[in-house]
Design a protein around this ligand. Structure first.
Ligand SMILES: [Fe+2]
Ligand SMILES: [Fe+2]
Length: 278
């Protein structure tokens, strides 16, 4: 299946807004603080409005409406705001075309679920920055490029995966696409100048962890993907197992209490859904 040519011929790829680029840079820096985040938020009216919408959503159960940005920041907390800010600025970039088995809301719930789970996993591994969150959020971004620019091919892969009970990636392999969603995602990540570690994880998220330059992050994403599929936290167009080498994932994520992560995730689903709606 000829995908490379379609991708090469795209004249205008979505452009990542400045605010998201800044936030992703902040995430890589373990010393970044709530103050850095506030500075970014204050400069962006649309994001500030979304923050207020999120804090006033039923999930947070406020007795009175919160109208002050400062108060909203305190209630939501650093991590939640950072996650919301990055994810909403990416969500808005794509013209999502819905198909049977591929809905915008479920796709983003899946992506945010994997982001949240990956972030929890690397916390156990004492990784100081939260690159895992960005990797989780964007791991399947290549599917959105396909969905927007190569609809027929995308549909064919999706329906093949469904009919054959395969994950999307295995369906791509079977159909012999010359550029799969991981490679397309990497292409976009390069265009967006995302950190090299993020580019690598997007490119390699279906490879065996030992075969990539980022084995720990790739393992974290694969475990997170697996857990989210099991818990049915959104869907990413998969109809079969995703993890290529479970043993390796466990090896690279030694000491991670998956049971704890599952419990935390279960309580985060509602919050994740609210976040995709702002
Ligand atoms: Fe994927
Ligand atoms: Fe996924």
């Amino acid at each position: 299946m000829d995908m490379k040519k379609i991708i090469d011929d795209i004249i205008e790829l979505p452009i990542l807004p400045e605010v998201a680029t800044t936030l992703i840079k902040l995430i890589e820096d373990p010393d970044s603080s709530a103050n850095d985040l506030n500075d970014v938020l204050i400069s962006d009216a649309a994001l500030s409005a979304k923050l207020l919408k999120l804090v006033n959503s039923p999930f947070y159960g406020m007795k009175e409406p919160v109208t002050s940005l400062k108060k909203g920041i305190v209630i939501l907390g650093f991590r939640t705001i950072r996650s919301m800010a990055i994810s909403t600025s990416v969500v808005d970039l794509f013209d999502f075309i819905e198909f049977d088995g591929f809905s915008q809301e479920e796709f983003w719930v899946h992506s945010l679920g994997v982001a949240t789970a990956s972030s929890l996993i690397t916390e156990y591994l004492d990784i100081q920055n939260d690159t895992a969150f960005v990797c989780g959020l964007l791991h399947d971004i290549g599917k959105l490029i396909m969905n927007q620019y190569a609809q027929n091919e995308f549909k064919e892969i999706l329906f093949y995966a469904k009919d054959s009970n395969l994950c999307f990636y295995d369906a791509e392999v079977k159909l012999g696409v010359d550029m799969n969603h991981a490679e397309i995602g990497e292409f976009l990540a390069k265009k967006w100048n995302l950190p090299v570690s993020v580019q690598t994880v997007i490119a390699d998220h279906h490879k065996e962890p030992e075969d990539t330059g980022e084995p720990v992050l790739v393992s974290a994403i694969q475990l997170a993907n697996h857990v989210c599929e099991q818990l049915k936290i959104g869907t990413g167009g998969n109809y079969g197992p995703i993890v290529p080498n479970h043993k390796q994932c466990v090896k690279f994520c030694k000491g991670v209490n998956i049971k704890d992560i599952i419990e935390t995730l279960k309580t985060s689903v509602e919050k994740i859904r609210e976040m995709t709606n702002v």
